[in-house]
Design a protein around this ligand. Structure first.
Ligand code: GLV
Length: 326
């Protein structure tokens, strides 16, 4: 009688914090890419080929081609809350369970959204660049004159775990908070629920916290930015493509909005140093680091591996991705 082969779990990246003491099925083998190995689609297919479980991150594309290359696969566990990189219909068709990590990254991502708000509104990037360059000149009452956060109105588009965590921070900063979600959320005593146009018109600062779906693609374009207006700041820790980047650049250049901050882009990674996005003085750009704290990434890794372990042990996974709301 042949022995049962050990359970194999591939991880698309090295270095997930918390991996050393993450829960694993009995006797499981972890399959990691070699140090410095490519992380493209072909590399992921090769890595997952003989594996039962696969742990992936936001940039990894999980599609039919990958599933074809990995016939043993039973579970794909995202170390992420967003799942727009996974072909869910194809996974479902093949009986492959897809899980994600909701909740645990809400505070880290809300902290980052708030960092973008403060950086953009108070012109902190040009101020830092000037200081670092040794160009701190004589006092000029007009220098780095930003707009105040306290007392301003904060509109949150997408009021789930992350959006509501941004709302709590806004309230703590003395802001009036508005929320808009496709499916109305109960009032929480922090944020008044309004329609999207009303939110844009009434807000000084807008934070985008929606998932990327066909409905949210291009949600914020020239018309919406004009509703926000010349004293408005837009920040996004959602997904690239929710904001029309060309429209955003035009609105910033023409002074039709005050400032903006993006942690997410239509094309990631943003490696073109000549990209106009990276040279717009009132646009703060960060490299998609919403969940990048030790505590949060550790919790995400553990959650992802708990999900893999549950599925491979024949149990229900606690964090199966929900069906997309149409
Ligand atoms: C990061 O973008 C995530 O979806 O967790």
């Amino acid at each position: 009688m042949s022995a049962t082969p050990p359970v194999r779990i591939a991880l698309s990246r090295r270095g997930y914090p918390g991996l050393d003491d993450a829960p694993l099925p009995e006797g499981a083998e972890l399959v990691l890419p070699d140090e410095g190995a490519p992380t493209d689609d072909a590399a992921l297919r090769a890595l997952a080929a003989d594996c039962d479980g696969l742990v992936v991150s936001t940039p990894d594309r999980v599609d039919a081609e990958l599933f074809d290359a990995a016939p043993r696969l039973k579970v794909v566990a995202l170390v992420a809350v967003g799942f727009d990189n996974v072909d869910l219909d194809e996974a479902r068709r093949r009986g492959i369970v897809v899980t994600h990590t909701p909740g645990v990254l809400a505070d880290a991502t809300a902290d980052l959204a708030f960092s973008l708000i403060l950086m953009a509104r108070r012109l902190l990037v040009p101020a830092l660049d000037t200081t670092r360059a040794g160009e701190w000149g004589a006092f000029d009452p007009q220098a780095f004159l930003g707009l105040q956060v306290a007392g301003a109105t904060l509109g949150i588009v997408g009021y789930g775990d992350i959006g509501s965590a941004v709302g709590r921070r806004g309230a703590g900063f003395g802001m009036t908070v508005l929320q808009h979600s496709r499916s109305p959320r109960p009032e929480d005593g922090i944020a008044e629920a309004v329609g999207l146009d009303e939110l844009l018109e009434r807000s000084d600062v807008v934070s985008l916290n929606v998932p990327r779906t066909p409905e949210t693609a291009g949600l914020i374009g020239a018309r919406e930015l004009d509703l926000l207006g010349p004293r408005g700041t837009l920040v996004s820790t959602a997904r690239g493509g929710v904001v029309d980047e060309d429209a955003l650049l035009a609105a910033l250049r023409e002074g039709r909005i005050h400032s903006a901050g993006l942690d997410v882009f239509a094309t990631e990674p943003l490696t073109d140093a000549a990209s106009p996005l990276l040279h717009e003085p009132r646009l703060v750009c960060l490299p998609h680091i919403g969940s990048a704290s030790v505590e949060t990434r550790t919790a995400m890794t553990r959650m992802a591996l708990r999900n893999v372990t549950a599925v491979l042990s024949g149990d229900d996974a606690p964090n199966v991705v929900p069906p997309l709301r149409g």
